[in-house]
Design a protein around this ligand. Sequence first.
Ligand SMILES: Nc1ncnc2c1ncn2[C@@H]1O[C@H](COP(=O)(O)OP(=O)(O)O)[C@@H](O)[C@H]1O
Ligand SMILES: O=P(O)(O)OC[C@H]1O[C@](O)(COP(=O)(O)O)[C@@H](O)[C@@H]1O
Ligand SMILES: [Mg+2]
Length: 440
Amino acid sequence: MIGHEDLAVRTLGPCRIDSPLAERLAARETTQHSVVEDDRILFDDTLSMAGVRGVPVGQLPSLEPGGPRQRIYFDPAKTRVGIVTCGGLCPGLNDVIRGLVLELCRHYGVRRIVGFRNGYRGFIPHYGEDVVDLSPEVVQHIDDEGGTILGTSRGMQDPEEIVDALERLAINILFVIGGDGTIRGAMEVVRVIGERGLKIAVVGVPKTIDNDIPYIDQSFGFQTAMSEATKSIHAASVEARSAPGGVGLVKLMGRHSGFIACYSTLAKDDADYVLIPEVPFALQGEGGFLEHLRRRVEDRGHAVVVVAEGAGQEHIEEHEPGRDASGNVRLGDIGRLMRRLITEHLDDAKVENNVRYFDPSYAIRSVPANPYDSAYCLRLAHAAVHAAMAGRTEVIVARRRRRFVHIPMALAVSRRNHVDPLGDLWMSVLEATGQPVRFE
Ligand SMILES: Nc1ncnc2c1ncn2[C@@H]1O[C@H](COP(=O)(O)OP(=O)(O)O)[C@@H](O)[C@H]1O
Ligand SMILES: O=P(O)(O)OC[C@H]1O[C@](O)(COP(=O)(O)O)[C@@H](O)[C@@H]1O
Ligand SMILES: [Mg+2]
């Protein structure tokens, strides 16, 4: 059970410098729209969850609020900042970079900002990556493009060498924009910083289209990626309805979490089936998926199937689950398997069929952020700058239940966010598709 110690945020030391934003904060009080800096945000949000703790209100686990502080730790005029983006692409990466640079320069007066190229390898000498000087002029319009102007990578790097680079460049604050792997890497960097007795803040902005980071409302870019995915689902529906025995099959990213498949299905109510990693399904047999699909195609003449890339891995016999350079499991291709099995099953049953397979894969994550995610990215960037300037470290900034909070990195990587098969999201998907609770 999450306790106080899990929510404690590390700081580099006392904040003795008046913030340039101080005068704007004087009249603040805690409302539904803001939290004063010495208030806390309850971690539990139901009576039952709070009640089971059996402690007075003041001892309930709570999170440090995000936002500007009256006094800060770093002297803006003497602060040098580094920014790095790691792991897979996600809509909004450039929006976060832009937001960090503009907030640092325009509101705190921090002018020395460098970008490290191609993920953590950008710190490692033998890759020979130069650093990128970042300024408001350089970043002004980078949010018009998807991807990251800094480049990204996967693959383990030596935290000692990363901290060597931070020392050589006299970096005081490092912003890391990445997912669970990046955050684990950042924790290694924080460990080495502590071992060397250095005062360098490391603050994370959580990133992944998979939405697999726990304790936050939603990772930035997820909404844009999900929106992109709906285009493929609609295309699959058009194809399926335009041919006898049409079956539109769409495979979507999300690795071990089925959020993109679920939300894109709910957004574009075209799918008859959604298969996700969190809910196992039988393929064969009277109650299996293939027989159910056959009956649906015979009854309606068409069907649309959305399969998350991490679903049904147990059905992929010949797949040797290798790993990518960061240690992430390489998934077997459930899309190709389903295409073959659906065609074979309908052929064997002498049901005319035209199976159309869609795999948008990277197309859903390499687009620019939609306006919602752009605004979200800007606010996350502001929160990250406020946290770092106030000397917070080994923390990610996130929005949780509509409030910006500081979440310790260790908690952010303590588990993976999954679709709850007993939760209301999956219930909505079952209601929307009409598919059975279980294929077995
Ligand atoms: N378990 C780990 N410990 C330390 N560093 C890690 C770990 N996993 C990943 N990293 C570092 O984080 C970077 C990004 O991780 P990756 O899993 O590829 O993407 P993401 O952070 O988006 O999940 C890697 O290039 C690697 O340097
Ligand atoms: O970019 P790669 O190495 O092909 O990995 C693809 C994987 O990256 C993701 O897009 C998410 O990656 P991150 O967790 O690094 O953001 C997954 O949805 C997908 O399975
Ligand atoms: Mg990851």
